[in-house]
Design a protein around this ligand. Structure first.
Ligand code: B3K
Ligand code: ZN
Length: 880
């Protein structure tokens, strides 16, 4: 466990030495893998001469080190201190060779080279390469790699690395080797190696310039029948990136490998993407609609990184959002284009507002470009990824699609092969669009969710309507409220008449159509709309044009009007969400005062219209009928009352289910289909609305609802319907039906590790109070392992989202999470630091729960902590 040290963006210095080429030789072995490295090193003329060459290494046993063939002596020629090795007094140009021994089988952190089931694989981003060999492991050091992998021919028949295979052959002792060469200079974090007994699905893609690229998906034999969808998704992504961004793939080979032990979703290593098996493997028997869509998005995301990340990379890790924000925006746009744009936007915004806004409001809030970190692995956050993507989306709003494309073309061509900063991206867009984006840069340095307070005035005599928007950003750790400056915000809006017609917008004599983007730059800004015949209903922040919290006091009737008539699909959904949230809040107040809650008649009215009017978009309708989550509702409470929110939301669901039982039943019956399962949009929409209807039928409390769920579960038509029905059965109060579903599903899918993740998840998210015991019991299940991140997320991570049970007033939910985190701290610090997050968000709970959560944080703090956990726990305790 190393001494935690804070790294600052302001301390950045270009490297003293460049590495032109890296030659690596791996001789694979479980406990004694040998890595020989030859680096050709050249002094960086931008830095002073005579500086030592600084290398980084973690858990390496140094076997040999030589400079231009001369062995070096420790103390005299080089010095090792903690994770650094300084080679003293070196020349302008030289060759450094090292040999180290590493222990992949003991590597449970899943960073560097490690074993996953029968294979060896790597994860180097952000700082895993230093667990493989001594190296100047920073992303601005880019080199061309040649890699030879030696392994046992029988157990490791497939040996992969980045680029193209250039040589292979047999060796004595039943071993063989393959040499790979990657012609594109890359930072060490994009290095990858995979070795194992793997099989492949192969296909090809003809690029826009007519080159043929071989595509391979490598998996363990039993998973070959789960690779077809991913291959199709990859080809769709390659075509889309050519059509939409003009980006063509560059190597002749593109490989994807599925591994079962992986900290994140996937990794964009050059030419050799490594995937968490959950993010790539799927077939119609085992996967849900949501899984197919998620896989398609992640395949695209990693592929898109080839340009936004690999060809143009980050100068330092503070610039992480440069590649992640842009790439998330690109994958979101891809999914929107090939599926349903409104549904994709609704889901992305719902996720951002529920989870990223919570991060902004908590003790680990940070800007999209942080100023400092202790452990960079802790910064693969929703703020970097999701808010980072929103910033790129805003830039596209500000520039318009044509200039945005010109700007990204300029960025990719100007910085190809370079490691750059956020400014380089922004300047490219500013130049292409001839815009001043200086103020926009504040979005990258200012943390927190900006608040927009909107007020309005209607002057009937003058036929004018004035909208006034005030913006401010609340304080976040290290950034007091006074330090926050006004942001440059694109606000998309329209006005509706009282009858719901879209009004033509005129500002300062300029006709703007019925939908426009106005730009905010000042703390307060007013817009005057002319020729407005009667008081309009504003439709604000259409499409969620900026990641802000909007406050405008729409009357319930105005929300109902927007829900029915707004020409913006996103705002129709959002108006409904506001109505639903208010209905839950009012039920909550009644419950807190020990009164009987009542269903808001206006909400009943609009839901009644929705369920009885034929729809042309069932996917959107399913979203519109879904109540906001307990966590989303909690985000609006000053003091979170976990139980009241839970009861109130259940009450609204039950009341709607009861009131519109006949309509939901009709909707459910209409959407039955015998068509063979395909994860295509029309079917996905049908299943979505059918399962929403079923959930209301079950919530109604009538036995027939649960009987239908059991029927759907037993029919076993496809995983989407089975899991939806199983969730309803297992989360119901009928323990017989719940046990039936758990038992049968477990027996049927016990052999399939990915499907079993769902089995764990559904059980530990039940609202019933016996869940804690069940979590403990399931942690002993043979299919569970603390060493496998997917299992930890599926069981412990899912339990922490179970609001009523995780937040049990006896604190046992918190204790269980802390116990797990303490164990994970030793096994896998990156996962430990992710799992602890729910405990750090204690600030708005009642005194008793705050106290209980802090006690667990303090207990964890007394352990010898990894850097990862140290940083999060310190920040959490400091915020209290
Ligand atoms: N770039 C990787 C991040 C992996 C880092 C893990 N510590 C995943 C992605 O964004 O594509
Ligand atoms: Zn990414």
């Amino acid at each position: 466990m190393s001494e935690p040290r804070t790294i600052y963006l302001k301390d950045y210095q270009p490297p003293a030495y460049w590495i032109d080429t890296v030659s690596l030789k791996f001789v694979l072995d479980d406990h004694d893998t040998r890595v020989q490295a030859t680096l050709s090193v050249r002094h960086n003329p931008a830095r002073e001469v005579g500086l030592p060459l600084r290398l980084y290494g973690v858990d390496l046993t140094l076997k040999a080190i030589a400079l231009d063939g001369q062995p070096l002596e420790e103390g005299r020629d080089y010095r090792i201190e903690g994770e650094t090795l300084d080679v003293l007094s070196v020349a302008e140009q030289f060759e450094l060779t090292t040999e180290v021994s590493i222990d992949p089988a003991a590597n449970t952190a899943l960073e560097g080279l490690y074993r996953s089931s029968s294979m060896f694989c790597t994860q180097c981003e952000p700082e895993g390469f230093r667990r493989i060999t001594w190296y100047p492991d920073h992303p601005d050091v880019m080199a061309a790699y040649t890699v030879t992998v030696v392994g046992d021919r029988a157990s490791l028949p497939v040996l992969l690395s980045n680029g193209n295979p250039i040589e292979s052959g047999d060796l004595p002792n039943n071993r063989h080797y393959v040499t790979w060469q990657d012609p594109f200079p890359k930072p060490s974090y994009l290095f990858a190696l995979v070795a194992g007994n793997l099989e492949k699905r192969e296909d090809h893609f003809i690029t826009q310039s007519g080159r043929k690229v071989t595509l391979q998906i490598w998996v363990e034999k039993q998973d070959l029948n789960k690779t077809e969808f991913a291959m199709g998704a990859l080809k769709r992504a390659m075509r889309w990136d050519e059509d939409t961004y003009g980006r063509e793939y560059d190597l002749d080979l593109f490989m994807i490998v599925a591994v079962s032990d992986f900290n994140m979703g996937a990794m964009e290593n050059k030419g050799l993407n490594i995937f968490n098996s959950a993010a790539v493997l799927a077939n119609p028997e085992t996967a849900t609609d949501a899984a197919f869509q998620r896989i398609e998005g992640i395949i695209a995301h990693e592929y898109f990184h080839n340009w936004s990340g690999d060809r143009v990379t980050c100068r330092d890790w503070f610039q992480l959002a440069l590649k992640e924000g842009l790439t998330v925006f690109r994958d979101q746009s891809f999914s929107a284009d090939i599926n349903s744009a409104p549904v994709k936007r609704i889901q992305d915004v719902n996720f951002l507002r529920t989870h990223q806004f919570a991060e902004d409001a908590g003790p680990t809030a940070h800007p999209v470009r942080p100023e400092s970190f202790i452990e960079i692995s802790n910064f693969y956050t929703l703020t970097i990824y999701e808010k980072g993507a929103e910033l790129v989306r805003m830039l596209k709003h500000l520039l318009g699609p044509g200039d945005y494309r010109k700007g990204t073309d300029l960025y990719f061509s100007r910085f190809d092969g370079q490691a750059v900063r956020v400014e380089d991206f922004i300047d490219s867009l500013a130049e292409a669009g001839n815009r001043d984006l200086t103020q926009f840069m504040r979005w990258y340095s200012q943390a927190g969710t900006p608040m927009l307070e909107v007020s309005d005035e209607y002057d009937e005599g003058a036929q004018r309507y004035r909208l006034t928007v005030r913006q401010h950003t609340p304080a976040t750790p290290g950034q007091p409220a006074e330090s926050k400056q006004p942001l440059h915000i694109p606000l998309r809006l329209g006005l509706l008449s009282e009858q719901g017609e879209a009004l033509s917008l005129v500002i300062e004599g300029k006709a703007l159509g019925t939908d426009t983007v106005v730009e905010l730059r000042d703390a307060e800004h007013s817009f005057v709309f002319e020729n407005v015949a009667s008081r309009p209903v504003p439709s604000l922040l259409r499409g969620f044009s900026a990641p802000v919290q909007l406050q405008y006091d729409h009357s319930p009737a105005a929300l109902a009007l927007l829900m029915k008539h707004d020409e913006d699909g996103f705002n129709r959904w959002d108006a409904g969400q506001q109505l639903m949230r208010r209905a839950i809040e009012s039920a909550m107040r009644a419950i807190q005062q020990q009164q009987a809650p009542e269903l808001d008649p206006l909400l009943a009215d609009v839901v009644g219209t929705l369920v009885s009017t034929p729809s042309d978009d069932y996917a959107v309708l399913a979203e519109m009928l879904t109540l906001p989550s307990e966590q989303y509702v909690a985000g609006f409470q000053q003091r979170i009352d976990v139980d009241a929110i839970h009861q109130a939301r259940n009450f609204v669901r039950q009341a709607l289910g009861d009131t519109f039982y006949a309509e939901f039943l009709a909707l459910y019956r209409q959407q039955q289909s015998d068509a063979p399962y395909v994860p295509e949009f029309k079917q996905i929409a049908q299943r979505a609305i059918k399962n929403v209807a079923l959930s209301y039928l079950c919530a109604s409390g009538r036995d027939e609802g649960l009987a239908l769920a059991k029927q759907q579960f037993d029919a076993d038509a496809n995983m989407t319907d089975v899991r939806a029905a199983m969730t309803l059965l297992v989360h119901s109060d009928n323990s017989e039906l719940a046990d039936h579903a758990v038992k049968r599903f477990g027996e049927q899918w016990g052999h399939d590790s990915l499907v079993m993740d769902a089995w764990f998840g559904i059980q530990v998210t039940r609202p019933q109070p016996d869940v804690l015991e069940r979590v403990k019991f399931l942690m002993q299940h043979p299919a569970f392992s603390l060493k496998n991140p997917n299992k930890v997320r599926a069981l412990v991570g899912a339990f922490a989202t179970n609001r009523v049970n995780f937040h049990r007033i006896d604190g046992e939910g918190y204790r269980l999470l802390a116990d797990v985190v303490i164990e994970l701290n030793r096994l896998n610090p990156e996962i430990a630091a992710r799992m602890i997050v729910p405990l750090t968000r204690y600030q708005r709970f009642d005194e008793q729960r705050q106290q209980l959560m802090r006690e667990q944080l303090e207990r964890i703090r007394r352990e010898p902590l990894s850097r990862n956990l140290f940083e999060i726990v310190e920040k959490a305790l400091a915020a209290g």
